[in-house]
Design a protein around this ligand. Structure first.
Ligand code: ADP
Ligand code: TRP
Length: 327
């Protein structure tokens, strides 16, 4: 199966990105044909500083490799290494009803938060559709917040296929129930834009301070508590074995357990789980030439696929280039 996903280089990745998306990127590598990319054109809607965008882009590549993406199994690349996606985005724009984009929740949210939107932000889902469709992707691992973008992608693919012939595959989202929406320190969805995140590569006193400051309710220690509305438990179950999770669930329900205890255990689990990734990240940071080579090779692989699909798209839409075969 062709698997594809991308993450914006707009900051450092957090536990929401990891459990919602990146962990699935790694597990799907076995037995699938995977394409994972750094959504730099998307990030340009917000990050408009060349030096910063370059740094973040390379940073995400390092993160990908540190977390276990294997360039022998997956193509890892930067979005700008396949400029054909912007060409496809334009063609798809021409079959995308305005209303479809006006209903996009993530756009509406940003505007509601007071952001003065640029056209790139409005057209963002069309570029995302191009990213997915240009590789004829079957499966897209993402968190719940991207579900609507996948629906928009399917709508756009359908419109194109009806108008110009069946070229595009209708992709399915791959969203895991337990990690569809990972909560942040304040209990809302963990997100860079809320400033409530715990970074994957954070450690030491900063990590401890963040875990200990997770917001909990004021139920007295002696009282029974609901684990499924409690952020420390919801995070712990992502890392603990099913047996340990069941034990904590029972302790919540029995009463007599303080939130400090569960936070302490959560901190240990985070430390244990991510320590090898942090060590690997440090090694990779000392060898950025290797990381750049991986991106170059991944970009070449991805571009080959994109170019052959674009030949078909140009032909189907009556836009063959004068230098293409039969043009
Ligand atoms: P952010 O909201 O912090 O800007 P991104 O938009 O860069 O995160 O998300 C990258 C990927 O991580 C997407 O697939 C997204 O669905 C997933 N993701 C982000 N935050 C969460 C979360 N709190 N829970 C589950 N998945 C998430
Ligand atoms: N919109 C996604 C996010 O914010 C990033 C993204 C861009 C993406 N293109 C994609 C995700 C294609 C999956 C497939 O997280």
């Amino acid at each position: 199966m062709r698997v594809l996903s991308g993450i914006q280089p707009s900051g450092r990745p957090h536990l929401g990105n990891y459990f919602g998306a990146l962990r699935q990127y790694v597990s799907l590598q076995e037995g699938n044909d995977c394409f994972y990319f750094i959504a730099s054109y998307h990030a340009l809607t917000a990050v408009q500083d060349a030096k910063l965008l370059r740094e973040y882009t390379l940073g995400v590549a390092v993160d990908f490799l540190a977390l276990g993406l294997d360039p022998a199994k997956s193509a890892l690349f930067a979005q700008q290494d396949v400029p054909e996606v912007t060409e496809l985005a334009w063609i798809l724009s021409c079959v995308t009803p305005m209303g479809l984009l006006e209903r996009a929740v993530s756009y509406k949210d940003k505007v509601a938060q007071g952001l003065n939107p640029n056209h790139g932000l409005f057209a963002y889902p069309v570029l995302q559709a191009a990213d997915i469709l240009i590789y004829l992707s079957d499966l897209v691992p993402v968190g719940q917040d991207q579900k609507q973008h996948l629906e928009i992608t399917r709508d756009i693919a359908n419109k194109f296929n009806q108008q110009f012939g069946e070229i595009f595959v209708l992709p399915e989202p791959y969203i895991l129930d337990t990690s569809a929406v990972v909560p942040g320190i304040d209990g809302r969805k963990m997100s860079k834009s809320y400033g409530n995140e715990i970074g994957i590569f954070e450690e030491g006193s900063l990590l401890k301070r963040k875990v200990m400051s997770i917001v909990t309710d004021s139920t007295p220690v002696s009282e029974p508590k609901d684990p499924y509305t409690s952020t420390p438990f919801l995070l712990l179950r992502l890392l603990a074995t099913p047996e340990e999770t069941a034990e904590w669930e029972a302790r919540y329900k029995a009463g007599g357990m303080g939130y400090g205890e569960v936070k302490k255990r959560l901190l240990e689990l985070i430390e244990e789980h991510f320590a090898p990734f942090r060590a690997r990240r440090r090694e990779l940071e000392a060898d950025l030439d290797y990381v750049k080579d991986v991106l170059r090779e991944g970009g070449r692989r991805a571009r080959t696929v994109a170019q052959s699909v674009m030949e078909r798209v140009r032909e189907a839409t009556g836009l063959p280039t004068s230098y293409s075969p039969g043009g």
